[in-house]
Design a binder for this molecule. Structure first.
Ligand code: CA
Ligand code: CA
Length: 206
């Protein structure tokens, strides 16, 4: 049982797809765990099947999870829990701002319960239960290896080690720039047959 959540900056769409048969892969679009333009938010600002908070704002075209101002935090969470064995989530986002460096980053959460809208791990709560995929734009440990994309699983006991950019806690990760790109960035996070795969596309190359 997990909630599906994405946090920080502008999301153009988030789509969750499941496999309906594990042996013969067959993908099925899940509208209760997805949002996309051109009718993303309704006139009253609500996003069907989702709830958002903190500094997040939703429009017909996108969800701005945090504006480009200091110390802003926001998030959007699916309202329903999932019970899928295998799944893939595709998120399309833009991270923009003046200056070469931005902070702290963006996260995709697949967790047992909803986190806070103003937490200290990329906007959400520490000691989560489940998966976090982090797009960490700030180089806390000064190893000149950010922006960095990484995955971390927590059983609810670990505090995220910001000082070392979570380097001893992550499952895996890689250096990848996603800020101020001319085209939206796409990330596909796939969990199938007990394997987690993160595919990334910055819109520039095939
Ligand atoms: Ca960091
Ligand atoms: Ca670093």
């Amino acid at each position: 049982m997990s909630l599906f959540r994405v946090a920080s900056w502008t999301f153009i769409s988030a789509v969750l797809v499941i496999w309906t048969d594990a042996l013969v892969p067959h993908r099925k679009f899940e509208y209760k765990y997805s949002f996309k333009p051109p009718y993303l938010a309704q006139k009253d600002g609500s996003v069907p099947f989702w709830q958002y908070g903190g500094n997040a704002i939703a429009s017909a075209e996108n969800v701005r999870v945090a504006p480009s101002l200091r110390s802003q935090k926001g998030a959007i969470w699916s309202k329903s829990k999932t019970n899928f064995d295998w799944w893939e989530a595709e998120i399309v986002f833009r991270v923009t701002g003046r200056g070469r460096i931005g902070a702290d980053g963006l996260a995709f959460w697949y967790t047992d319960s909803q986190g806070a809208y103003d937490g200290n791990v990329f906007g959400s709560s520490d000691k989560w239960v489940g998966l976090g995929v982090f797009f960490d734009s700030f180089d806390n440990d000064n190893k000149h290896n950010n922006p960095y994309i990484m995955a971390m699983v927590n059983d609810g006991t670990k505090e995220f080690d910001h000082t070392n950019d979570g380097s001893s806690q992550m499952l895996s990760g890689c250096v990848k720039d996603f800020r101020n790109k001319p085209f939206p960035t796409r990330a596909k996070i796939e969990y199938y047959m007990n394997t987690l795969t993160v595919l990334f596309h910055n819109g520039m190359t095939k």
